[in-house]
Design a protein around this ligand. Structure first.
Ligand code: IVH
Length: 689
C-alpha cells in the first residue's frame, strides 16, 4: 500500500466534519477580527469560507446549528416579541452628577466594610441594556431589560451582532447570564440617518434611540445592516469562577467576549475622580456614545456586605457627565424646506463656543417643538452638546427674557414659494404641498435623481443643478434629458470667494460634453435604480429593488392596486399610499412619459438575473420562519428558479415555504385558505428536480 493511502482515506471529511471545521475556522477568524482587532485572513478569503458553509448547510439542512456563523446575516422575522422573565432582576443604578455625591457613596461603602474596597471604574455606555443567556456555551436567549423583571425576547436580532459570541469557548459553566449594553457607534448612526433622510423618514434623535429601534425591527437581516455593537459589563451565574467583578469580566473575555475598552481598578476616591475627569474629556474621541462612568465595588463578598435596595445595588453608582451647556441669544429663525417639502425651523444664534466648536445655528426641529419650548423674540436659549456631537436646544433661559416678548411665529406659508403650509397627518411636521413648483423641492428631487445610488450622473452636482435651475433649463428630472449642447455652452454663474471678490464661472466645451455624456450613460441604469431615483416618498433603495423585481415594469407598478403593492416585502400601508399618490399625479405621469421616451430603463433586465430553471415559474411564494441558510438566500433561490416572493398569504399564494418557528398566525391563515405548506427539504427537492 502506498504510504499516503491510509492517510488520504482518514482525511476525507464527512459533511458533518466539514461543517464543524468550517464553523471552527470561521469562529476563529471572527474572534481575531471582532474581538482582537487582528484579522489574519483577507475579507475575500473570509467570505469564501462563509460561502462554503452556507452552501454546505443548504445541501445538508440537518447539519445547521444555532450557533453557526451563518446566523449573523439574519433572516428570521419576528412579528411579535414574546416576553420572558429574567433569571435575576435587572436593576438600575443610582445616578449622580456631583462629586459630593461620590464622596457620600464612598463614605457609606466604607462604613459597611471591615477593609477598604477596591473600585472598578467603567464607562457608562449609552444604549440599551441586554441580558444574554448561554446554556452549555450556546447563546439561547437575549432579553431586553423591560420592567426589570420581564423583558422582550430579541434573540434573532441579537445574533446578528458580531461582538456577541454565539458559542463560548473554554471552561464555561453550564448556565451563564451575561449583561451589557447594545450600542450604535456614531458612524453607523450617521449612515443610518442619512439613509432615512434620503427616503423622507424622520432621522433618529440619538444613537440610543436608534439602537433601541433597531433591536425591535421585525426582520433580523435588517438589524444585521444596522452596525450595532455590544459592550460587556456584567456576568452572573451559580458556578461562575472569580471572586471579583474585574476577574469575572476577564474570564468572560477568555470565553469569547470582547474586553471592555476601558476598565480600571482604583484604590480610592482620588482614583475615581481621576478616571472620571479623564473620560469626561476623552469621551469626545470615542467612536460610540457614553453618558457617564460607573463605579463598582470590585470584591463580590464586599458587594454582598454593602447590599442593595429594591431598585438598585448600593455597591455601585453611575456618575453622569453634565452635558456642556451654554446660554446664547437667538438672533432669528430660518425656515428651511427639504426635498419632501417638510419645513424645518433653524435658529440663528449669537456665535458661542461649546465643547470645542463654535455654535451659530441649531435646529428647532418642528412647529410643535417651538410651541412646547415657548420660544419668544429676543430670547436666550440653552444649547447643549452631550454625547451627541450635534448641538441641541434644550430650553429657554427665562432669566434673560424681555418683558412682553412675543412668541416667534411659525410660518404659515412656504418661505420659498408662498403656498399655504399643511400639517402632515400623524406627524409633527408641516409641509409645503406645492411639490412640483417649489424650488428647494424641485432641486432636492433633481439632486436625489442624479445621486450615486440613483442615476449616478456624477458630471452633475449640487452646484451645477443650481445653475441649470436658475437659468430655467431644468424644472424636473425629465428636463435633464432635453438639455442640448447649445443651451449649456457658456452658461454662467457668479460666485463670491472668501474675501468677497466675485468670479464668473462658465461652462466650457469639455464640461458640457461631460454633462451630456453622463446624462446619456444614465439611460442604461437598471430599472431598480430608476424606481429609486424617482424619489417616491418612503421608497428607499431596498424597497425600490423589491418593487422592481416584483412588478418587473413601471406600468405594472403604476397600475398596481394597493393590496398588491402591500404583498411586496417592506411595503406597508403608508408606503403603498405614497406610491399610489405618486402615480395619481398627472405631472408625474407626464414626466414618466418623457423619461420613457428618452430611453430610460422601464423594465427589469431579466438577462441580469437569468433564472437557472423554471421549476417555480408562475408561482407566488411566501417564505416564513427560520431556515438552514439565511432567508434572503432562500428568496434568491425562489427568484433564480423563476418564482416570485410575496410577503403575505392570500388566495393567490401558490405555497408557503415554512422554516422552523413559522408564525402561528401565518400557519392558521394558510390552512384556512387551503394553501399548501412546503418544508425547506421539499423546496430543495423541487428546485433540484
Ligand atoms: S452595571 C445592577 N455597568 O446603565 C446594575 N450598567 O441604570 C448593573 N449601563 O440599565 C448595571 N454602562 O444598561 C453597568 N458599565 C456599566 C454600564 C451600565 C451602561 C447602563 C445599564 C443600566 C443603566 C444603569
Amino acid at each position: 500500500m502506498p504510504p499516503n493511502f491510509r492517510l488520504m482515506e482518514e482525511h476525507t471529511p464527512t459533511p458533518q466534519e466539514r461543517v464543524d471545521r468550517l464553523i471552527q475556522e470561521i469562529n476563529r477568524h471572527n474572534y481575531q477580527y471582532y474581538m482582537l482587532d487582528n484579522p489574519t485572513i483577507s475579507d475575500y478569503d473570509f467570505d469564501q469560507l462563509l460561502q462554503q458553509l452556507i452552501d454546505l448547510e443548504a445541501a445538508y439542512p440537518e447539519l445547521r446549528r444555532p450557533d453557526s456563523p451563518t446566523q449573523r446575516v439574519g433572516g428570521e422575522v419576528t412579528k411579535h416579541f414574546e416576553s420572558a422573565a429574567h433569571l435575576y432582576p435587572m436593576q438600575s443604578l443610582g445616578n449622580t452628577y456631583s462629586a459630593e455625591d461620590l464622596t457620600e457613596f464612598d463614605r457609606r461603602v466604607r462604613e459597611l466594610l471591615a477593609t477598604p474596597p477596591t473600585y472598578v471604574c467603567e464607562l457608562k455606555y449609552d444604549g440599551v441594556a441586554i441580558s444574554l443567556i448561554y446554556e452549555n456555551g450556546t447563546l439561547v436567549r437575549a432579553v431586553t431589560r423591560g420592567d426589570g423583571t420581564r423583558g422582550d425576547v430579541v434573540t434573532a436580532n441579537v445574533r446578528t451582532i458580531r461582538t456577541i459570541p454565539l458559542k463560548l469557548q473554554g471552561d464555561f459553566p453550564p448556565l451563564i447570564e451575561v449583561r451589557g449594553e447594545i450600542i450604535m457607534p456614531f458612524s453607523s448612526f450617521e449612515q443610518l440617518n442619512t439613509e432615512r433622510e434620503e427616503i423622507g423618514e424622520a432621522p433618529f434623535a440619538n444613537p440610543r434611540n436608534a439602537a433601541s429601534g433597531s433591536l425591535k425591527l421585525q426582520d433580523s437581516s435588517e438589524v444585521a445592516k444596522r452596525g450595532l455593537d455590544f459592550k460587556l459589563y456584567f456576568g452572573l451565574g451559580e458556578q461562575l469562577p472569580a471572586n471579583n467583578h474585574f476577574d469575572r469580566l476577564m474570564k468572560l473575555h477568555e470565553w469569547g467576549f470582547r474586553k471592555p475598552d476601558v476598565m480600571e481598578k482604583v484604590a480610592d476616591l482620588q482614583g475615581v475622580y481621576d478616571f472620571l475627569h479623564t473620560w469626561d474629556e476623552k469621551r469626545k474621541s470615542l467612536p460610540y456614545p457614553i453618558d457617564g462612568v460607573v463605579i463598582k465595588v470590585n470584591d463580590f463578598d464586599q458587594q454582598r456586605q454593602v447590599g442593595a435596595t429594591a431598585k438598585s445595588p448600593r455597591w455601585a453608582i453611575a456618575y453622569k457627565f453634565k452635558a456642556d451647556r451654554v446660554s446664547t441669544k437667538l438672533l432669528s429663525v430660518d425656515f428651511q424646506v427639504g426635498r419632501t417639502g417638510i419645513v424645518t425651523p433653524v435658529a440663528n444664534l449669537s456665535p458661542v463656543s461649546l465643547a470645542g466648536t463654535v455654535v451659530k445655528r441649531a435646529t428647532l426641529n418642528n412647529r410643535d417643538f417651538m410651541r412646547e419650548m415657548d420660544i419668544r423674540e429676543g430670547d436666550s436659549l440653552f444649547v447643549e452638546k452631550g454625547g451627541e456631537i450635534i448641538p441641541k436646544i434644550v430650553g429657554v433661559d427665562l432669566e434673560n427674557r424681555l418683558p412682553d416678548a412675543q412668541r416667534v411665529p411659525f410660518v404659515t406659508h412656504c418661505p420659498v414659494c408662498g403656498t399655504p403650509l399643511q400639517q402632515a397627518e400623524g406627524e409633527a411636521g408641516v409641509f409645503c404641498p406645492n411639490a412640483d413648483h417649489c424650488a428647494p423641492q424641485i432641486k432636492g428631487r433633481l439632486e436625489h435623481f442624479i445621486a450615486r445610488k440613483a442615476m449616478n450622473i456624477d458630471s452633475l452636482g449640487e452646484g451645477k443643478i443650481d445653475m441649470l435651475y436658475a437659468n430655467g433649463l431644468v424644472n424636473n428630472i425629465a428636463d435633464l434629458y432635453s438639455l442640448t449642447y447649445e443651451q449649456l455652452l457658456g452658461l454662467e454663474k457668479v460666485i463670491e470667494d472668501a474675501d468677497g471678490k466675485t468670479k464668473t464661472l462658465s461652462f466650457r466645451e469639455k464640461t458640457v460634453q461631460n454633462i451630456l455624456s453622463g446624462i446619456e450613460t444614465s439611460k442604461q441604469v437598471p430599472f431598480e435604480r430608476v424606481v429609486f431615483a424617482l424619489g417616491i416618498r418612503f421608497v428607499g433603495e431596498v424597497t425600490a429593488k423589491k418593487l422592481a423585481r416584483h412588478f418587473e415594469t413601471m406600468d405594472a407598478i403604476a397600475n398596481a392596486p394597493k393590496e398588491e403593492l402591500m404583498t411586496v416585502e417592506d411595503v406597508g400601508e403608508r408606503v403603498a399610499d405614497s406610491i399610489i399618490d405618486y402615480f395619481n399625479n398627472t405631472e408625474n405621469l407626464e414626466i414618466l412619459m418623457r423619461l420613457r421616451e428618452a430611453g430610460l430603463q422601464f423594465e427589469l433586465d431579466k438577462s441580469q438575473n437569468q433564472p437557472v430553471s423554471q421549476a417555480l415559474a408562475g408561482k407566488s411564494i411566501v417564505v416564513s420562519g427560520v431556515f438552514s441558510i439565511p432567508r434572503d438566500t432562500i428568496k434568491e433561490l425562489v427568484e433564480k428558479h423563476g418564482g416570485k416572493n410575496v410577503s403575505s398569504i392570500s388566495k393567490n399564494t401558490s405555497f408557503v415555504l415554512a422554516g422552523e418557528k413559522m408564525g402561528p398566525e401565518k400557519r392558521k391563515k394558510a390552512e384556512a385558505l387551503g394553501i399548501p405548506i412546503v418544508s425547506e427539504e421539499e423546496f430543495m427537492n423541487m428546485i433540484q428536480a
